[in-house]
Ligand binder design. Structure first.
Ligand code: GDP
Ligand code: MG
Length: 309
């Protein structure tokens, strides 16, 4: 991961840092992250339930930048078959400035887990009691009492699917970030995660818009990613590669209608992700049988479907 520290100004009241989201599988971490970031920003692919690695989502506003680390389930060793997942989650935690521990309020073991795990968190920690829509107030109070000695900065009831309580939790997270200039300027070409997210959002939109046989023939390459001064939008130029002329026709659509549609929707997703206006230019090109050369394409920086080899 390439983190570019801005050096030309001091923090000036700005806060920035890493936020680990921790909890057992299925408690709602990804949903919460997406709610924090506004839309479906942790790249919810059809494989979303099997988050295996750390994902970044960035919330930026005029005074804060929170870089969220979505973690795979962090289980106690005696329960887990996935040591590497646990290690990744622990390493996410050691990088973090703030931890959000998520509990499924309707699922007792996740509450117990939070109680036990709290002690190994040595950064400011916030407790999120999620899925409050599934329980009554009495149970919520019971959980709060059970977890009261966890050393939490604050405790938040949320319903991540409906966004309830999410804004307050986000405010609490932002207020605990250390004073620091932004860690991720969006204009940095070396800022691979942001470019990668942009490519993935375009690819995801293609998957959603195109009929069955075309999407897996789609690869995205970001040609340019430039932040320009002032209020001007971030300029992104990307190429949608397909394998055959016939597929190009489908992706472009009659009078360019399909590629415009893909462009408009992708731009919306990228804008919500960056918190900035974006000018997105998409072109469609044929690269014959690129799927046969997937490995080479990855090396060249293409975003290609994982299904292929
Ligand atoms: P993760 O494994 O911790 O990342 O959990 P996910 O975000 O994938 O969520 C697991 C499931 O719980 C999904 O089906 C979500 O739609 C659901 N879920 C998440 N938050 C809530 C909530 O607040 N209320 C309810 N009822 N379901 C939720
Ligand atoms: Mg998840």
């Amino acid at each position: 991961m390439n983190i570019v520290h801005a050096t030309d100004h001091d923090a000036g009241g700005f806060r920035a840092g890493f936020v680990a989201i921790l909890g057992l599988p299925n408690v709602g971490k990804s949903t919460l992250l997406n709610a924090f970031l506004g839309e479906r920003l942790s790249i919810v692919t059809p494989r979303a339930q099997t988050t295996q690695r750390r994902l970044l989502g960035i919330h930026s506003d005029s005074a804060h930048q929170a870089i969220f680390i979505d973690t795979p389930g962090l289980l106690k060793p005696r329960y887990t078959l996935h040591r590497s997942m646990r290690e990744e989650a622990l390493s996410a935690l050691s990088d973090a400035d703030v931890a959000v521990v998520v509990v499924d309020a309707g699922f007792g073991p996740s509450v117990d887990w939070a109680g036990e795990f709290a002690a190994s968190i040595h950064v400011p920690k916030l407790l999120c009691l999620n899925k409050v829509d599934r329980i009554d107030v009495g149970r919520l109070e019971e959980i709060e009492r059970a977890l009261a000695c966890g050393g939490w900065e604050s405790v938040h009831g949320t319903c991540a699917t409906q966004g309830q309580g999410v804004g307050e939790l986000l405010e609490a997270v932002l207020s605990r970030l250390p004073e620091s200039p932004p860690l991720y300027p969006v204009d940095e070409l070396s800022d691979a995660p942001v470019r990668d997210f942009a490519a993935e959002m375009i690819r995801e939109t293609c998957l959603e818009e195109l009929s069955e046989e075309v999407p897996y023939a789609v690869a995205i390459r970001i040609e340019q990613f430039r932040e320009r001064g002032g209020d001007r939008p971030v300029y992104i130029e990307a190429v949608v590669y397909v394998e055959r002329e016939s597929q190009k026709g489908i992706v472009v659509g009659g009078g360019g209608s399909m590629i415009r549609r893909i462009g408009t929707r992708s731009r919306g997703k990228i804008e919500r992700f960056l918190g900035r206006r974006v000018f997105l230019e998409l072109r469609v090109k044929v690269l014959a049988n690129w799927r046969k050369k997937t490995h080479h394409l990855r090396v060249l920086g293409f975003r290609v479907p994982e299904e292929e080899n």
